[in-house]
Design a protein around this ligand. Sequence first.
Ligand SMILES: N[C@@H](CCC(=O)N[C@@H](CS)C(=O)NCC(=O)O)C(=O)O
Length: 331
Amino acid sequence: MDTAKPVLNPLAASPPEITVASPTDSPKRPVPTLHHLQNSQSQRILWVLEELGIEYDVVKYNRTPKDHRAPPELLKISPLGKSPVLVTGEGRTIIETAAICAYLFATYDKASKFATQDWITDQELTSFAGASLGALYATELLVELLAKHSPWPIVYLMRAVRNKVQQIYTTNEFRRSMSYLEVELGDQDWFNGMMLGRSDVMISYPLDLIATRGWVDFEKDFPRLAAWRKRIVERPAWKRGLEKGNGCHCVKPYRKSTSKRCLSMKSDHDGFRIVQYSQQTTYRILLLLWQKFPTPDFVRSVLFRKLNTLDDFIQGDGKENLADFEALLQA
Ligand SMILES: N[C@@H](CCC(=O)N[C@@H](CS)C(=O)NCC(=O)O)C(=O)O
């Protein structure tokens, strides 16, 4: 059993010794095994393994058709049932992308290809990618999924919730976070400096997710980040990693989003209007529903008042619809 702790900063200490098998020893030196989930952040580890050019095994898992989660088999490998999981050649199980990267670099990067240029920056960016950006994209993903997959008529309420969350939280946070990364990268090729490093690997997943879901328009608003991403996908090791896996959303190009809700620099006002539209629709549906059932007059008048107020906010577009709707209620 390998009990040595992986070294976080390859510059600060020499990597653990690796016993290289001689021809008289066991026929094959044990290799690490990656437990890899389709369409997941584990794609980053396939990329790193390919960059290092080492021998490894992959066990691939497909997401379940029902809820797109990891299959229960992954729970047999790690108590969290999430990917990536790396089992070292010596049989030690490592979870968490940042820890797996640190282990792989410390153990196999003999040529210092990924040598950390500034370990404090590396730690900052690595934490930022996993903890800060992770919480942000999870929030956006949650409200997006609720707004897309809730049953009618709850879906209208969920859309309003998503728009409110964007308005008061995620739009600004995405903007601030991406601006921070754009400045951190500056004119360098990589976040690590001249050479690719762990921070680049860590940042690649959240940025893929954010870009491919159209939450940020990188081409338009963050051209340095868009160019950085292009440098990654052009790397032969990245391409080989994709071939070794079983599908990843990250193959999609960073798109120029046409979505009304794309969190571009000018979207605050649009976001606000969309919230109003969603609320307007929700009130209309409630009124329609309650017209069919006995409803106290005061409830209907409150809803009408709310609807009218919203229509005052949304100058123009809403007015005709409101007139139609009133006619419908009178009928
Ligand atoms: N913080 C972990 C996150 C691991 C994680 O959440 N993996 C996701 C894939 S992106 C997963 O396995 N999800 C499957 C599930 O939760 O069912 C890391 O950096 O490795």
